[in-house]
Write a protein that binds this ligand. Structure first.
Ligand SMILES: Cc1cc2nc3c(=O)[nH]c(=O)nc-3n(C[C@H](O)[C@H](O)[C@H](O)COP(=O)(O)O)c2cc1C
Length: 196
C-alpha cells in the first residue's frame, strides 16, 4: 500500500478545509493501492522559520520539525488541499513546506483548491513550490469554485452532490495512482544512491 498524505493547508477556526479533505479521503478509500492519511497542520506546531540553514543543507532544529519531517518522509505522495489567501497559499502552509525538503523529494503532488476561483492561483503557486521541493506536480487538480463552495458553506449541499467535482476527483486519483507507483518504484536505494 502506498501512503498518500492529504494536507489541510489552513488552520484557522471554522476553516472550510476539512470538508474537501474528508471528501477526497472518501474517494481515495476506493483505491486498493493507496491509503489516505489526513495531515493537519494544526497537529504540527511549527514556529515561523528561524533556522540557520535551509532544510536542503540541515535538518531544522526547532520543536515540531522532527515530527513534521517524519510524517512527510513516511508518505509516498501528497494531495494538498488549499484555500487562496490574497491570491496565494496560506502563510501556515508555506511555512510548513519550508520546514522540510528531502522528505518531499521525488514524490507526486496533487491539488484540490476551493474558494472564489477554486484557488486556481494558489494551486499554480503550489505547483511552482513543488518543483523547487523536487516533487512531481500533477496537471490534474480539483477546483471547488464559488458556486459549489457557497452551496457547501451554507449547508445546502455536500461536495459529493456535484458530479463534476466527483469526476475531477476520480481523474486526479487515477493519475495520482500512476505517479505514486512509478516514483515509489524509482525511489529504490540504488536509484537514490545516484548523484543529485
Ligand atoms: C486572509 C484571507 C484572504 C482571502 N483571500 C482570498 C482570495 O484571494 N481569493 C479567494 O477566492 N478567497 C479568498 N479568501 C476567502 C477564502 O476563499 C475562504 O475564506 C476560504 O474558506 C478560506 O479557507 P479556510 O476556510 O480553509 O481558511 C480569503 C480569506 C482569508 C481568511
Amino acid at each position: 500500500m502506498r501512503r498518500i498524505g492529504i494536507v489541510i493547508g489552513t488552520t484557522r477556526q471554522g476553516r472550510f478545509g476539512d470538508k474537501p479533505a474528508t471528501w477526497i479521503a472518501g474517494h481515495l478509500a476506493r483505491y486498493q493501492d493507496l491509503v489516505g492519511e489526513i495531515i493537519d497542520l494544526r497537529d504540527h506546531d511549527l514556529p515561523f522559520f528561524d533556522e540557520a540553514m535551509s532544510p536542503i543543507y540541515a535538518m531544522p532544529n526547532c520543536p515540531g520539525a522532527s515530527s513534521w519531517s517524519q510524517r512527510i518522509a513516511a508518505m509516498d505522495g501528497f494531495i494538498f488541499v488549499t484555500a487562496e489567501y490574497n491570491h496565494g497559499i496560506s502563510g501556515v502552509l508555506k511555512n510548513a513546506l519550508d520546514h522540510a525538503y528531502r522528505e518531499f523529494n521525488r514524490k507526486p503532488a496533487a491539488f484540490i483548491g476551493y474558494g472564489g476561483v477554486g484557488a486556481a492561483r494558489a494551486v499554480e503557486q503550489l505547483r511552482l513550490i513543488a518543483v523547487e521541493l523536487q516533487m512531481a506536480p500533477l496537471r490534474h487538480a480539483v477546483h471547488i469554485t464559488l458556486e459549489p463552495y457557497l452551496a457547501v458553506v451554507s449547508g445546502r449541499n455536500a461536495i459529493d452532490d456535484f458530479d463534476f467535482l466527483n469526476a475531477g476527483a476520480a481523474a486526479l486519483l487515477d493519475e495520482l495512482v500512476w505517479w505514486t507507483e512509478a516514483l515509489a518504484v524509482a525511489r529504490t536505494p540504488r536509484m537514490e544512491a545516484m548523484p543529485r
